[in-house]
Design a protein around this ligand. Sequence first.
Ligand code: ZN
Ligand code: ZN
Length: 180
Amino acid sequence: MKYLYVAATEEVEHAALAAVTARVAAEFGGPVRSMELGSVDFAFDAERGQYGSIPVLDMLLRRYPRDAAKLLAVTERDLFIPVLTFVFGQAQLGGRVGVVSFARLRQEFYGLAANREIFLERAHKEALHETGHLFGLLHCAERLCAMSLATTVRQIDLKDDAFCAACAARLRRNPEGRKV
Ligand SMILES: [Zn+2]
Ligand SMILES: [Zn+2]
């Protein structure tokens, strides 16, 4: 049997990992497994003060469990790719591994008071988004769809915590897809 894995780097609190795992499991169907990763210090770029998401994805491929169908990781570290200031996450399109950063999903990042509800809602949306890429979904023109491209938290907040009907139908047609 193959499992959809949701993994967390060491600094992620267990409750946040459990919440995201539950949301992914509800959307994509079981069985889903959690997995603990170590630190991503190896991906730290001292000049930028951020962590490279490409080396993180490489590490996930090396750690990829034999019984994994997909592996989505979550981290508190702020991620980037060389051509962008930051990324909320990155995933291989139709591939095996993806990652979501919680760093910029938190109100504290913008100097605002912490709000757990807002943070978890954003985390759910971004986990669905990157997992959607893993199952072959492209960016969606429907702004409310979880697969629409968001480059600001405001755009994340405007999205639904769900796929639009067209993306949900694409997932159902994907032979890799389970329930969805
Ligand atoms: Zn995307
Ligand atoms: Zn869509």
